[in-house]
Design a protein around this ligand. Sequence first.
Ligand code: ADP
Length: 367
Amino acid sequence: GKRIGVLTSGGDAPGMNAAVRAIVRVAISRGCEAYAIFEGYEGLVQGGKMIRKFGWADVRGYLAIGGTLIGTARCKSFRERSGRLDAACNLVKNGIDALIVCGGDGSLTGADILRKEWPGLIEELIQNGKLTVEEADPYKHLTIVGLVGSIDNDMPSTDVTIGAVTSLHRICEAVDSISSTASSHSRAFVIEVMGRRCGWLALMAAISTGADFVFIPERPPSENWEAEMCDVIKRHRQLGKRRTIVIVAEGAIDRNLNPIKPDYIKELLIKKPLELDTRVTTLGHTQRGGRPCAYDRNLATIQGVEAVNAVLESTPDTPSPMIGVNENKITSEPLLRAVELTHQVAEAISKQDFRRAMELRDPEFAD
Ligand code: ADP
């Protein structure tokens, strides 16, 4: 059987533990060995106790716990070839020939780079005496499989990422709480939610809570949005609405690519004609989720199963897969293409080609 390493990397997301649990247990039940790599790529680079063989019972209780119990980190050294050289050495020394990475686009980019460099890294380790030819011989090929863990739901080519739905639930609960006090005092609240390049959380939260206005990076408002927003809010107030909720994604921008900041919106609301008693709330890290909702536990579990399947089916010629979900079906597609799409989306947004960004995210958007 294969020896499968699993790590979680980048921002933590609820459901990552469920993914690790599924990977460990399915690996064992298929006659493979499972290794947990602690603290993301940091554990891979450092090796030693950071790489531990996991048994069935080591992931007991993982389903219901938020964040990631095997830890995550931003790892600078993995961005350098020298760090990846140490990582490759530690993988071989532990006999690990397959790696499942659960993280965002950065983490998956790193995984793909490691796989591409792999033969060269192994050769170099032999040349500088860190590995013998015999030691290295069984490790000519490294299997990589990606799972997307990200609360932002910012990966094109998958409908939902692990953690996004839990995060959305937390945001809705927070906005509901704020709504009670807003209605009581007849106040306005400008609420900043996470999402630097992706407005999914902001948009879904706005629909789910009946917000008055929402700002997202992908669709900057019209040129005279200030007046428009005030008109909309005024109309809502005239209809008897006692609370005003404006949701702003962290990465919200106007048509000149300038950030739209909650404090600026507040200034507009307290001025004439609205003159609303306005507060700004930044939801911050409560949005990272905590306890995963049932959807994320399920998604992470079935994707974890699929990730082990993908490891067992992979050959040296197949490109590294990324496990996604599209129209409710678990999918697998080349990791590299998915990662490239994220870079193209970022480029389209930076060029103000918002339509292109949406088309890249969702090909059906073009129709
Ligand atoms: P996310 O995975 O959530 O997008 P980051 O972009 O911070 O988060 O990436 C997490 C880690 O993945 C980084 O700390 C780094 O170790 C690794 N990584 C990211 N981008 C690269 C890259 N281009 N090359 C190598 N490693 C990378």
